[in-house]
Design a protein around this ligand. Structure first.
Ligand code: ACO
Length: 385
């Protein structure tokens, strides 16, 4: 073919059709390419036991005062589960029922369970399968998450990945804690036992085809160097290995198979949680603001864009410190530790549920969840409701 004919063919024939083809191809791709899937909270519920325990009620067990507790922690009262009638799982079930109903679903619609707790009914198996049994769900997967105060956000992040990959459509995420069963209620344990309470929160998570709504991002961190600062070592398999000779448990005379839990361990009150309160405070007030700003910066938002910050309810003083540092208004931070104490993994879904029930969170609002706790672990999640 002569050169000028080739030139004319390319310029006018191929050129014409290629622009058409490009245009059609773009239209084809826009239908063919997957749209952005995000995770939304389709239903939320909470449950706290009926039994209200005031600071003054604790005086019958230990030397403390309402004034000391309120001044240092902000706590006025907390709930304790019925001693034998309620467990971490049964409280989780109550919260889950509400979340499932509010999502407009039934138990059989749930296709995966994530359960966050540090107070499991059994050492193993975890609460996930007990909840599955109690709610008579089909043989769906059940995953237990043990990330202490950050447990809800870690679990939310895991569930978010399952939803975004399309693996599951209706995930039930439950966070529940029955602390009152295992704290030292003598004066020896008062720096910890006055802080914690029992309760549960639950959410149902579903996919949403939307780039601007649902969970925008999650951010997870840990630093195991401080694992023993806030920990319950026993029962465990640590064999006094981690603390360079310092005893985490007394079991020197115990034989093979008796070191997990020994009489000496119990006699010496080593079966309770330990906490260096001032050390926890110092790191918490540094990591909380850091991880909140990480969530905002990742998504191009400022603190003033936030409708509500729901911090893990560790201690009212910690929440107030964060609020001041980030210059948030009273209306932008939700606290309810005054009524429920610190419920570890359950504190965020309980606070989120309560704030939503009070009408403080509306469709389109930007909400940040943030936690810090034992591990240390810390985490945040930014979501548009
Ligand atoms: N009632 C009365 N006195 C108490 C109590 C109590 N319940 N608990 C401790 N005390 C006494 C101590 O024995 C000590 O007395 P002493 O000076 O005669 O020895 C005194 O109060 C001060 O003890 P500290 O442990 O230094 O108390 P602090 O002022 O640090 O307050 C607290 C303790 C509230 C735990 C504080 O350190 C704190 O807020 N830390 C942050 C950790 C936190 O909030 N943890 C919550 C759980 S972890 C989490 O969710 C991240």
């Amino acid at each position: 073919m002569p050169t000028f004919v080739k030139f004319i063919f390319k310029k006018y024939v191929v050129g014409y059709y290629s622009t058409k083809i490009d245009f059609l191809y773009i239209i084809y791709l826009s239908y063919k390419l997957p749209v952005m899937i995000r995770t939304k909270i389709a239903g939320i519920g909470m449950y706290v036991p009926e039994n209200v325990v005031t600071n003054n009620d604790l005086l019958k067990y230990m030397d403390t005062s309402d004034e000391w507790i309120q001044e240092r922690t902000g706590i006025k009262e907390r709930r304790y589960a019925d001693r034998t009638g309620e467990t971490t799982t049964t409280m989780g079930v109550e919260a889950a029922k509400i979340a499932i109903e509010r999502a407009g679903l039934t138990n059989s619609d749930i296709d995966f369970i994530v359960f966050a707790t540090i107070c499991p009914d059994y050492y193993f198996p975890g609460c996930g399968v007990l909840l599955q049994r109690a709610m008579q769900m089909k043989d769906i997967g059940a995953l237990d998450v043990r990330n202490q105060c950050s447990g809800f956000i870690y679990a939310l992040s895991v569930a978010d990945q399952f939803i975004k990959t399309g693996m599951y459509k209706n995930i039930l995420l439950v966070a529940s804690e029955k602390h009152s069963f295992g704290l030292d209620f003598s004066t020896r344990g008062r720096n910890i036992s006055v802080i914690f309470g029992d309760g549960a929160g639950a959410v149902v998570l579903q996919p949403i085809e939307d780039t601007d709504n649902g969970i925008l991002s999650t951010h997870l961190h840990s630093d195991g160097n401080n694992a023993e600062i806030l920990a319950m070592y026993n029962p465990g398999t640590h064999a006094n290995h981690w603390m360079n000779g310092q005893k985490l448990a007394d079991f020197d005379d115990a034989g093979v198979g008796e070191m997990f839990m020994s009489h000496a361990m119990i006699d010496n009150a080593q079966n309770f949680p330990n906490m260096d309160g001032p050390a926890v405070f110092k790191v918490a007030v540094e990591k909380f603001p850091e991880v909140i700003l990480e969530a905002l910066n990742t998504n191009g938002y400022k603190t003033s864009d936030l409708r509500l910050l729901i911090p893990h309810q560790a201690n009212l003083r910690i929440s107030q410190f964060i609020q001041k540092k980030l210059r948030l208004s009273d209306e932008q931070v939700y606290n309810n530790i005054q009524q429920y104490g610190n419920t570890t993994a359950a504190s965020i879904p309980i606070a989120l549920c309560e704030a939503w029930e009070k009408g403080m969170i509306k469709d389109g609002d930007l909400v940040c969840l943030a936690a810090f706790g034992s591990g240390f672990t810390w985490a945040s999640a930014l979501l548009r409701w």
